[in-house]
Design a protein around this ligand. Structure first.
Ligand SMILES: *Cc1c(COP(=O)(O)O)cnc(C)c1O
Length: 417
């Protein structure tokens, strides 16, 4: 075989909101739990079981500490999708007002630009007799406590509002929404996948009843996450989704993913250690990215609230370029686009659409999300690549020519022949 020493160059990774590279210190912490400490944490009669259980309990403490909870309040799951499902369906089932199969079982408040892992469980509950309000976000994408207050009804049993939007990075008014829900004795869940590990979190001060987060978004392993379930003031009850061995206080039966949970705990510990310095570093890098792109390229807009955003996510629309060509043009950057591939067509992102952003601008947007291993050189190279790609595509665009001639494209009546 002829070997080539020319490795294909890896793209620059700017998709940390989709997943993160596992921290090597996390991998190191996990390894002994595959081979040496391989026991089932449910085996109470020998040291293999005790060792596994010890590993899980350390991870429970590390996870609880990151969010200001008690270890007993942490339920390990397979990730945020499962945590959201358990929180939303599990709470709805317990706090429902009428019997199964009946209508008028209770009202749920959420927002139109939540993650699918919240929207779809809520939609399923609607088919099972619950009612729901999907708050339309304003143009800046931020859900305020006032918006939630306006959506609450006498029969509201659950509010589920994400802390940070995963496409925009915008920060909703979570502590304020928590306070409002507690005043009205309504259970409050937040999908905090893009917040926890990056920003200080305290479920007591922030008045949260149920909080979901995930390992692979915080430099931990995939397939493991947690749900915080408040135990006092109020004691939140959940109907389990899965029946079996009664692990995780009966809320999540099934042999625990010991190595995964150990890695999750370690990832939580590391985030807590470096949170402030990491946030500062990423904010400087992102500011540079946004400032340069907006300065160099006209008709370029940063989507979502200008300042109420986490430090690592940027969503930018470039006018007068076509979405698919833009993705092709920046294929040396691993990032997400404002389009979602459905079976047949390229659909503009429902999140951007919910903000009132037109289909064209939604298609021609990029979500660039930075992480622990993003360097200044990565950002500088990305700025150059995006600038080149956008300028190239605009040179090919007849609409951009019209725009430059000062013609208002929104006033043109297009003829079809
Ligand atoms: C990634 C993500 C999820 C899904 O998490 P998994 O652990 O992959 O199931 C849910 N909500 C938000 C906001 C996310 O960013």
């Amino acid at each position: 075989m002829i070997s080539s020493n020319k490795q294909p160059k890896q793209p620059i990774y700017l998709d940390n909101a989709a997943t993160t590279r596992c921290d090597p210190r996390v991998v190191e912490a996990m390894l002994p739990y595959f081979t040496e400490f391989f026991g089932n944490a449910g085996s109470r009669n020998h040291q293999f079981g005790w060792k596994a259980e010890d590993g899980i309990e350390v991870a429970r403490e590390q996870s609880a500490k990151l969010v200001g909870a008690q270890p007993k309040e942490i339920i390990f799951t397979s990730g945020s999708t499962e945590s959201n499902n358990l929180a939303i369906k599990g709470a709805a089932e317990i706090y429902a007002r009428a019997g199964a199969g009946q209508t008028g079982r209770g009202h749920i408040v959420t927002a139109a630009h939540e993650h699918k892992a919240v929207l779809d469980p809520v939609r399923r509950l609607m088919r099972e007799g619950f009612d729901a309000t999907f708050i339309q976000p304003p143009a800046d994408g931020v859900i305020t406590a006032a918006m939630v207050a306006a959506a609450i009804r006498p029969d509201t049993i659950l509010v589920t509002i994400m802390w940070v939007n995963n496409e925009l990075g915008t920060i909703n008014e979570v502590p304020e929404i928590g306070r409002l829900c507690h005043e009205r004795e309504i259970i409050f869940h937040t999908d905090a996948t893009q917040w926890v590990g990056k920003m200080p979190t305290n479920v007591e001060a922030d008045q949260i009843d149920l909080l979901s987060w995930s390992g692979h978004k915080i430099y931990g392993p995939k397939g493991v996450g947690a749900l915080y379930v408040r135990r006092r003031k109020p004691r939140v009850r959940l109907e389990a989704l899965q029946d079996g061995g009664g692990q995780e206080r009966g809320m999540r039966s099934g042999t625990q993913n010991v190595s995964g949970i150990v890695g999750f705990g370690k990832a939580c510990e590391l985030c807590l250690q470096s949170m402030d310095s990491e946030r500062e570093r990423l904010l400087a890098l992102r500011t540079r990215l946004e400032t340069e792109l907006v300065k160099r390229l006209e008709v370029t807009v940063v989507n979502g609230h200008p300042t109420r955003r986490v430090a690592n996510i940027s969503n930018i629309s470039f006018g007068f370029v076509e979405g698919e060509s833009l993705m092709m043009g920046v294929r040396e950057i691993a990032c997400s686009s404002g389009s979602a591939c459905t079976s047949a067509s390229l659909e503009p992102s429902y999140v951007l659409k919910s903000l009132g952003i037109g289909d064209d601008l939604a298609h021609s947007s990029l979500r660039l999300s930075l992480g622990r291993w993003t360097t200044e050189a990565d950002i500088d190279a990305s700025i150059e690549m995006i600038e080149t790609a956008v300028n190239h595509l605009r040179r090919l665009s007849p609409l951009y020519d019209l725009h430059k001639e000062g013609i208002d494209l929104s006033k043109i009546v297009w003829q079809s022949h």
